[in-house]
Design a protein around this ligand. Sequence first.
Ligand code: FES
Ligand SMILES: [Fe+2]
Length: 300
Amino acid sequence: VPIVLVCNRDHELRAFVNVCRHRGSLLCDGVGRRETLQCPYHAWTYDLDGSLRNAPRADTEPGFDREGLSLVPVAVGTWGPFVFVNPDPAGGTLEEHLGDLPRLIAEGGVDVDALVFYQRAETEYEANWKVCVENFLECYHCAVAHPSFSKAIDIAPGAYTLEEQPTFASQYGPAKNGGGGVYDAVGEVDCGQFHLLFPGTTINVMPGRGNLSIGPIVPRGAERTYRSLDYFFLPEADERWIADYLELDRQVGAEDRVLVERVQTGMRSGVIRHGALMPESERLIAHFERLLVDALGAEQ
Ligand code: FES
Ligand SMILES: [Fe+2]
């Protein structure tokens, strides 16, 4: 669902479906500073509160009524520097959906209010979004497929822990004793946190300096997935440390791309009707699938 987010003079955030009420064109592109939102198709113009201010010839077209032609509002909520929107009017509040997540991140040594945006990484995968989510939800493959990650993070079953939560799934990986990884995992954050906020938002903290990355896994088709990840660090963060950490993350991402695209190719064969989950190491996948089935209202 295309969304436009606006911030008015009083610094109030509002979000709308980014679709013109006239004949449904996309309304806005990119980022800008404006007093109004104007559709590029026939110049219908909306105030920042979403109401239709003007439409060319509105005064001469008989019976034109601008009431009821406001932009469709969507719920908006914030957590530190992160803005969430929800186009489902029956959806609960952001606080309900986040649950204990803000507390867990804070207790892990990350003050989200102190974080500053650093950069966005964008990727597309030739795989179904659920294959990407399932790959994110287990570190059973880490020892095999992520040698550099496994040097920095303790992925042994006793150290690396999994936790089901009502609206998310969490993995905790402490820095490996003695380090030895490609980046310095020893710092004020002693344990990595990798959360999947249902259905597809990943929130990651690596051990070491204050950091967090966050972004959605978005279906773009049955076999295509878009993912973006916004990296945040503390303002005084050391550039060398950031570069080492980003290089590790880039490497892990490249390794995961191969894994998920190979799964998609295998599944596409249609020969395997379903997989076989490891009851402990892959239990977060089972949790995700239960949440998904509940959300879809399908039969278990
Ligand atoms: S579709 Fe937007 S003004 Fe016509
Ligand atoms: Fe992976």
